[in-house]
Design a protein around this ligand. Structure first.
Ligand SMILES: [Ca+2]
Ligand SMILES: [Ca+2]
Length: 155
């Protein structure tokens, strides 16, 4: 389970991307394709439909502070990237220009990774690479920031 929280009324967005894969597509679980009942949605296991190996954006917070939560009950073996986007909304002139974001990753209800940092309007923060092996889960902090990032409309 991945949890994102932040410190103001900005609209931050949590995503989880399978490697290799693209943002703004079905390779990435985010607000546009990954909430309950959405279709098509990311398909990360070999069982068709929403099944235990597929991700779910359980909470999509648009009013600030979070939490946003992505859950995968039975994550497939592979590599996954957790990222946070500071959404540039239509009312951006009223939005905070910076937020202090905190990402936590839990495996079997145990906190395994935590990082906080400032993220500015329209930045994408690639937080951590999660390597899910047969028996262990590894975490490689990325700390990659991309300014002026946005998603083109997804088809
Ligand atoms: Ca959001
Ligand atoms: Ca499935």
């Amino acid at each position: 389970m991945v949890i994102l929280e932040w410190d103001n009324v900005a609209d931050l967005d949590l995503s989880l991307r399978i490697e290799p894969g693209d943002y703004c597509s079905l390779d990435t679980c985010y607000w546009k394709n990954c909430k309950e009942g959405m279709s098509p949605r990311p398909e990360w296991d070999s069982s068709s439909g929403f099944t235990s190996g597929d991700p779910m954006l359980e909470i999509d917070d648009q009013n600030g502070y979070g939490p946003e939560i992505i859950e995968v009950n039975d994550l497939a073996v592979g590599n996954f990237v957790v990222a946070v986007h500071h959404w540039l909304s239509d009312s951006y002139i009223f939005d905070p220009t910076e937020s202090l974001a905190t990402v936590r990753v839990y495996v079997d209800n145990e906190l395994q990774f935590e990082e906080s940092r400032i993220i500015a309007l329209s930045e994408l923060w690639e937080v951590v690479l999660v390597s899910n092996g047969e028996a262990t889960v590894g975490f490689v902090p990325l700390s990659i920031m991309q300014a002026g990032w946005f998603c083109n409309e997804q088809t």
